[in-house]
Design a protein around this ligand. Sequence first.
Ligand SMILES: Nc1ncnc2c1ncn2[C@@H]1O[C@H](COP(=O)(O)OP(=O)(O)OP(=O)(O)O)[C@@H](O)[C@H]1O
Ligand SMILES: [Mg+2]
Length: 523
Amino acid sequence: MIANPGRGRLFGRNVLEGTFRAAPDEDLFLGELLVGVDEPTGRRYLFRIVDVTYGTEHREPGWAERVAGTMLADDARGEAGVHPLYEPGRRTYRVAECRCLGYLTADGRRFRKPKSLPTQFSRVVAPEPTDFAFLATRMGDLPVGRLRSGEAEVDFEVGIPGASLASHVGIFATTGMGKSNLMCVLAGAVMTRQGRYGLLLVDPHGEYRETLGRHPWAGERLRTYSARSLPNTSTLRLSLGELSVDDLRTAYEWSRPQEEALFELERHYGTEGLSWLATFATVEDLPGFRDVELGGRLALNTLQVVHRRARRIVELQCIATDPHVSVGGAVLRDLREGRVVLVDVSGLGSTEEVLVASYLTRRVLDEWSTAYLEDPARHDRLPVVAVVLEEAQRVLGSTKDRESNVFPRLAREGRKFKVGLCAITQQPKLVDDELLSQFNTFFILGLADEKDRNILRSSSKQDLSALGPEIQTLMPGECLVANLEAPFAVPATIHLYDEALAWTAPPPAARPLAAPNVAALVD
Ligand SMILES: Nc1ncnc2c1ncn2[C@@H]1O[C@H](COP(=O)(O)OP(=O)(O)OP(=O)(O)O)[C@@H](O)[C@H]1O
Ligand SMILES: [Mg+2]
């Protein structure tokens, strides 16, 4: 048997696009990685299949259609095979359209962008492990999966550098394609980095608490705060005095008059943060309060809306009037120590969840940016942290991009302070284009909607132009990782979290003591 049988022969087309002919039964997959071997130079050109079509040498127009018709008629008569195709290997074939990703120099050490053509009719073969060795140094210290060639996994670990958390990570996929699983794998990898990186993970569905709690490093590296009382969690408490009108503006949709009412009320009460929400007039007193205290400047129905939302916030279990019970400081401490901080806000409404996320994100950004500006040495010691937000399109849409909203600010300025945003969304098309272009790492899992794919294509740091069909056909857990480190969008299969746990070594202190040496005891 030939060690590496050829998969085809190259016949076209240009420097960036390769086409090769393969046997009629050659099983070729979208996204499959193949190598064109250029014998004269010893270079190995790496190709990715972007489409597969039928080809025939018959020059007669409509020949293939007629053959199919004849066979169909045979089938109908129950005489399948009466008209066999002679020499099918020569008369029919498959054509794979590929993008050239680049080439490996003859010494196998360097990978270069495509700038030349391999010799025509070069042999196309399956890649060998050494073909990907150049990628190894670019996969960073947060492993998330294995290299994927079409549907097959290659024994090569794919990941991202932890430092790239600061330049923002986007996780995009249609529902059920594996966003949450990827987030768990990423959070698990952060935990095992022993304090080098921190994550603030706001979990609206309460889906991460039990899952991340199973991680062998969770005892040391995971801290969970919950808006409900749950076992093994700290209680999430925020004080009104720490929340700001900007948090309110980020979390809720306000009309112009309602926003003006907020500022007017803030001025009127003159208390710290949103403490005034607790002392806001009762609903029965609103008309009088408006006429007497506010001089009739605000419409009553506007005041009523603000009042209704204020009551909702004040009545939340996680909101306290006493500033001493706030967990803001503790969350910051955990992040400074490089922990994964899980804030389980399940049970809160979507808007209140954003309120909590907005407040905590503002605290982190303030702390890290103050250190950067006032005490660079301290800033150097701070870990890179990222704020993880599900359904991120809620706060990153173009209509949400205002001075008051901390998330666009984080996307624009966070990198230099070592604070990143990890945005998870099913609808990248709803995220503001300019903000999306701030994201240096994209994890693109299966995305059914063409508009979503197009928007990612235009903001990705790697060329995704021919990858539409592949992205559309990705199975759960299959993805493309586009960042600045790798020279092309790297196809990967994300580890299944529970499988990854099975091979994660526990932290040294938690390892069980070695079993006593029986022989020594007998002595
Ligand atoms: N890497 C993977 N390998 C194999 N199967 C996976 C992988 N990731 C996800 N799946 C499968 O897909 C299912 C859905 O995954 P997950 O909950 O992570 O999707 P999601 O994108 O977060 O969905 P939603 O939009 O509903 O939040 C999982 O239960 C699992 O069966
Ligand atoms: Mg999910």
